[in-house]
Design a protein around this ligand. Structure first.
Ligand code: OSB
Ligand code: MG
Length: 376
């Protein structure tokens, strides 16, 4: 197949409520979508999980657009692609910018699955027909507010609760949750806000039987994480620190974590996600699929990757209606009793709702690629 056209859109969607992490508060999501088209007129969709500010990693939707226009599109021009696993290699000359690469690679996977008339999850090698889901709850103004969110989500059947923590919102919060819910599958995500000298606080968290502590230390660290994993019973899960299979291998060899959160965008696409998944399976580590407050397109990709056999822990791919008044796919991604039933339609299995998408679109650009068959 040849990619002949790429359409980029910048969308803005308001979150139903604020989402606060240790690094900042999201009230809206500004992000890019791409639609790729092949020589037969098949299309595929991808979403970038880069935010509008470089808080989580160094990318933003604007840097994604520049990388796409100046480097990724030129690399795709004139390329005959047999299988989407080749896209990773085509983008190899460009360092990092993983979220920019992943949005295009994901769209080409969707296109390929449609072209070969199979659901994306089957094309990826997935085996599950329904997936288990948890939910991530942001930092709240007070513990009562947090507890009422937890009550609601537990009643809705979510399979585990993740709470965001930061200095001043950690041990007391976890203690309060455990007092009410001694056996709830519970974890905490620090988004890199602690340092080695906070070890005593992390040891206190060790008493609460958490499923894991996610990314307690710096976003580029695997050394100090190995130091603390040695003294903690609670598994460390790495998110921000892992950008590739090589990073995963080094973290595992150092003993920096026992669990990896795979985010398709952070690792540069579905192909790299599969490689990390397979490596962790060999090494006996659990993996789960993280979230980046995605719209329906990115959410659909998360559902597809989670069907692989070593996604043994519930992910963060909660119901679309938890984030948005209206989401841009038909149907929207829905969680029932803690499960998402995986779609059977070809490709990502959720149709883009173009007319609704248009109402959230602030900019749009169509690129026609020079192809092998261009007659001079
Ligand atoms: O660290 O997993 C994270 C949201 C924004 C940035 C980083 C993270 C998160 C979440 C929410 O935890 C995941 C979601 O519900 O999409
Ligand atoms: Mg995280």
């Amino acid at each position: 197949m040849r990619i002949e056209q790429i359409t980029v859109r910048k969308l803005r969607m308001n979150l139903k409520g604020p989402f606060t992490t240790s690094f900042g508060t999201f009230r809206e999501k500004i992000f890019l979508l791409v639609e790729v088209k092949d020589e037969l007129g098949n299309t595929g969709w991808g979403e970038s999980v880069a935010f509008d500010a470089p808080w989580y990693n160094e990318e933003t939707y604007k840097t994604n657009w520049i990388i796409l226009e100046d480097f990724l599109i030129p690399l795709l021009e004139g390329k005959e692609i047999e299988h989407p696993s080749e896209v990773n290699d085509i983008f190899e000359p460009i360092r990092k910018n993983n979220m920019a690469k992943a949005m295009v690679e994901g769209a080409i996977w969707d296109l390929y699955a449609k072209r070969t008339n199979q659901p994306l999850w089957k094309a990826l090698g997935g085996t599950r027909e329904k997936i288990e889901v948890g939910i991530s709850i942001g930092i709240q103004p007070d513990i009562e507010t947090l507890m009422s969110f937890i009550d609601t989500y537990v009643a809705e059947g979510y399979k585990r609760i993740k709470v965001k923590i930061k200095p001043g919102w950690d041990v007391e919060v976890i203690r309060a949750i455990r007092a009410k819910y001694p056996d709830l599958p519970l974890m905490a995500d620090a988004n890199s806000c602690y340092r080695l000298e906070d070890i005593d606080m992390l040891k206190e968290l060790d008493d609460f039987n958490l499923m894991m502590i996610e990314q307690p230390l710096a976003s580029d660290d695997i050394i100090d994480h190995a130091h603390i994993q040695k003294v903690l019973k609670t598994p460390i899960c790495l998110d921000e620190s892992i950008h590739s299979l090589e990073d995963a291998r080094k973290a595992v060899e150092l003993g920096s974590c026992k669990i990896i959160n795979i985010k398709i965008g952070r690792v540069g696409g579905l192909t790299e996600s599969i490689k990390i998944h397979d490596y962790c399976k060999e090494q006996g580590l659990d993996v789960w699929c993280g979230g980046m407050l995605e719209s329906g397109i990115g959410r659909a990709h998360n559902v597809a990757i989670t069907t692989l056999s070593n996604f043994t822990m519930p992910g963060d791919t909660a119901s679309a209606d938890r984030y948005w008044d209206q989401d841009i796919t038909e149907p929207i991604v829905t969680v029932e009793n803690g499960y998402i039933t995986v779609p059977t339609a070809s490709g990502i299995g959720y149709e883009p709702n173009i007319s609704l998408m248009e109402t959230f679109t602030e900019e749009k650009k169509v690129y026609n690629l020079r192809t092998l068959n261009t007659v001079q």
